[in-house]
Write a protein that binds this ligand. Sequence first.
Ligand code: HEM
Length: 575
Amino acid sequence: MELLTSGQWQAWPLVQACIKAAFLLLGFKMGLFFFEGYQIRMKFRKMKEQGIPIAEPHSLVWGHLKMMVAIRAHFPKDAHNHYAQIYLVQNWQKFFPGAEERPPIMYFDLWPVLEPFAFVVDPAMCQDIVQDRLQPRHPQIKHLIKYISGARNLTGWDQPVHTLWRSRLNPGFSARNLQSHIPTFIEEVETFVGLLKANAPKDGAWGEVFQLLNLTTNMTFDIICRVAMNLDTNEQRVGPTELQNSMRTLVRNHVIFKNLGTLPLRLSPSWNLEAWRCSRTLRRALMPRIQEQIGSGEQAKTQKTVIQLATKEISNESSTGGNNKQSLPLDKKQYSEDVLNLMKQFLFAGHDTTSTTITWAFHFLAKHPAALEQLRTEHTTVFGPDPSTASAMLTANPALLNALPYTNAVIKEVLRLSPLAATIRRGSPSFFFTHHSAASGTTRHYPTDGFAVATGTAAMHHDPALWPRANEFIPERYLVSEGHELYPVKYAWRPFEYGPMNCIGQDLALMELRLVLLLTVRELDVETAWEEWDALQVAGDEKPPTINGDRAYRTTNGLSYPTDELPVHVRLRNP
Ligand code: HEM
């Protein structure tokens, strides 16, 4: 007993010292944390003193946090942050009193929630950072995909590894290879049209309301699985499979920034377990097919998959000794792991994006009957009056899909008004933007050191200085000649970004969109059906939220799903 007491007594100073050290360490860390915050606030002050436009109000305590909260209060809680960007660019005079023109960059001090952000809203300056003086992606954008695809993927790699992998993967996404997949596209889109028709009564009346995003997602998932690795999961008929469920769980819950707000999630064991479980399901479903496809690199004669073509590129690199391509020594196990990560990235980027855009296309067309009529007229002119012959004509002559200028213009306008993504690049001490102001005749340098530099695509796409009648749906913008007031400013349209890290899947997405419109709009009317939908929801006194009077707005769900995944009803046009 005595021994125990004396043992406790001896240990006590050590325990005390440890507690003291822990408190000291915590205090030191807290000190560093607040010092970092103070430095950031002061940096903004200094920039303002140097004449760089800084949005107001900027306070020493809150930075721009209060301003952002006030802007967000204009919109429903689940509205995408694109609306805050658009609000800023359309009301810039409020935030930059005294400025002669809309600043080309908007700097935001959101510490401690996010690191300092620089939103570039000038198309030429965006080009500078993504193309002319290409800067690497910022860790935040790499973090977005981390829980789906790890660190080794096209978003994770910097130069020169990125360049090498792009050259291996580009053939699979080339227009030529995609054309060879036209029969696959047609088959999947016809299934989609069949499922839409199943929701339309035979007598030409409107059918029951349903959520369109579910059908578009199944279709785009089927297409990307087949094009990338010849995997036919048949989500449209038998889905959602475990594979798609796991991918959708990851997209819904695990595509997050690394910031203070997401810290509780990132520390949560159940959240991490969910990510791990989904990744395990994806590996089990995809790896056997990947290994099979790597082994059959040379075999497929027509309709080559992305994996087969990448493997072929690699064998060409080895046979030419890797020459000027900075080829990496190929470790087969590592190669399969890299391909797995890439396939997960393609499945993610290749289904959610296009499916969301398709829902927006139907939304805008339903609201603009004149544009819808013109679209139908173009399809009839090119493919003849009988809609049921379009698929056969296209199979015989895939180039017809490129002969639809109005359809293209509609898709471009949909992507302008509802862009999905942008890029974030790393700022650096040596990278300054230079901008000449036509209003003041002055040239100014804008710093990027310590900033996450984002292209403000949603803001630019709605900027009245770049797009006359910016909020209106006008496909004709892309059809007028240079000199016309609607003629687009160069590089102002950037839904797929530009430069060596632009969207690898843009041709695939555009083909899917064209084909869906071609095979749908002459067969069916697709209309949003909010009244029916709202009547089915749990009744409450609160009126459902809207933006600019519209029930359909971009939400924070997925990449920017429309509200309630766009409830629609459909009817046959030729019952
Ligand atoms: C409407 C549809 C789509 C939109 C709006 C879109 C948009 C974008 C944007 C803006 C980027 C650039 C991000 C950055 O620079 O950080 C990007 C990159 C990427 N997209 Fe898409 N995308 C679409 C469809 C697709 C499809 C169908 C695929 C198919 C696999 C795909 C795969 C990718 C990949 C892999 C990257 C990274 C490219 C690289 O780093 O080299 N996307 N996309």
